[in-house]
Design a protein around this ligand. Structure first.
Ligand SMILES: [Zn+2]
Length: 412
């Protein structure tokens, strides 16, 4: 184990400074992917890395990479990082911790004047959250070859702005197509976004894999009508049909517990006009389960519910299962390294399964990957109240530093 220690106060200060960008009145952060706020957050990271002598390299989707050379120039790099974008009701830690813990590692090495044999690479992935542009984990998804670049660039947000246009507006696009890099492995530190570590008084989660998640765009088509004279039996109201679907999705998730989850997270309604019953309503839904077979059953239950609602209400209901992730098993050797690093610092660990999507889940297809979790106070996440303590952040960054040094080897 190295004797180097991360600087807990500096790591905390970096989080608080980053949180000023897109700060919300409730104390959270709102930095949608490829927004002006996202660009400002990236500029701050660029400035911080420039102070360490590290230049940014960006690919065509604005995934950004900061490479610290090693003494062995031909060795594959040890990569680490996460994302700086947030959901509109985001907190100060989801994704940010993974990037800033990586920055803290680089700062600590810089301060100590310590060189590693293998190069190191900090990564900030584009559009992990997927709230503005679907699907989520877009940057890492294209990087890993799960989505063509052209398709990602053509994706529009709810206002009709495409990813390509947003990249042009923020001047963030780099020259090279996203593709696997010369990496030995990727480590993504992240907040747990759940209550398990805190409830069990454990310091570090070793994420051994993920559940399976299936995402759907559901389109309900009815018929516009006057909200007054149209008798109830003659209505084909898409919004009322959607209400039933939303509750059916929730029921399926409840029935799928403890391993299952399901949500409806987005709605678009047309004509969305007072006085007119709705003609078209679109929903984004997802189902998740630690057992892929059960996730498939949950999808089948959803499809059956949609068919029943469509028949009973004389609506047309279409389902587009537009993307999935998982199940993924992270690299066992890398997980063992993380576990050992934590143990050497007398930090307790727990093996966990991630229920949320993460960039490492995409990258795992092209590079040995793993994640470490730190506790989330109260399990609160995607919420301005999201919180991890200064000590919890520092523990995670320390395990990251020790593991990176273990993997990269030190030269002096
Ligand atoms: Zn995240």
């Amino acid at each position: 184990m190295s004797s180097l220690s991360v600087n807990a106060q500096r790591l905390w200060n970096a989080h608080m400074r980053m949180a000023e960008i897109g700060a919300t009145p409730e104390g959270g952060s709102n930095r949608p992917a490829l927004s002006a706020e996202d660009a400002e957050a990236r500029a701050l990271l660029r400035q911080w890395c420039a102070e360490l002598g590290l230049a940014e390299e960006r690919d065509a989707l604005a995934n950004s990479f900061y490479r610290r050379p090693g003494t062995n120039a031909s060795a594959p790099a040890i990569a680490f990082g996460s994302h700086l974008d947030t959901v509109p009701t985001g907190g100060r830690f989801d994704g940010i911790f993974g990037v800033l813990a990586g920055l803290e590692v680089l700062r600590t090495l810089h301060e100590a004047g310590l060189a590693t044999h293998a190069p190191l690479e900090l990564v900030n992935w584009t559009n992990e959250e997927g709230t503005r542009f679907r699907p989520a984990m877009m940057g890492s998804r294209v990087h890993a070859g799960h989505l063509p670049l052209a398709e990602a660039l053509a994706t529009a947000d709810d206002a009709g702005t495409t990813v390509a246009q947003a990249l042009a507006a923020t001047n963030l696009a780099g020259p090279t197509p996203p593709a696997p890099r010369h990496w030995a492995c990727l480590i993504e530190p992240h907040i747990e976004q759940g209550p398990i570590l805190e409830a069990n008084h454990q310091d570090i989660g070793i994420v051994t894999g993920t559940v399976q998640a299936r995402y759907f765009l559901v389109t309900v088509t009815g018929e516009p009508s006057h909200a007054g004279p149209t008798t109830m039996d003659r209505r084909r109201d898409s919004l009322s049909g959607a209400a039933e679907i939303i509750l059916a999705v929730e029921r399926i998730g409840r029935a799928g517990e403890p391993g299952g989850r399901s949500s409806t997270t987005w709605i678009m309604n047309s004509p969305n006009a007072r006085g007119a019953n709705s003609a078209i309503t679109r929903l984004h839904c997802d189902v998740r389960h630690e057992s892929p077979a059960r996730a498939a059953e949950m999808q089948a239950e959803l499809e059956a519910a949609l068919a029943e609602i469509a028949t009973r209400r004389s609506l047309k209901i279409e389902i587009d299962p537009y993307t999935t992730f998982g199940p993924v098993t992270f690299d066992p050797a890398l997980c063992a390294r993380l576990r050992n690093s934590a143990a050497a610092r007398q930090l307790s660990t727990r093996d966990m399964t991630a229920v949320a999507g993460h960039d490492a889940v995409m990258a795992a297809a092209v590079v040995p990957s793993a994640m470490l979790f730190i506790p989330s106070v109260g399990g609160i996440t995607h919420n301005p109240g999201e919180y991890s303590t200064q000590a919890q952040l520092a523990h995670g960054a320390q395990v990251l530093l020790d593991t990176i040094l273990d993997l990269a080897g030190t030269a002096n």
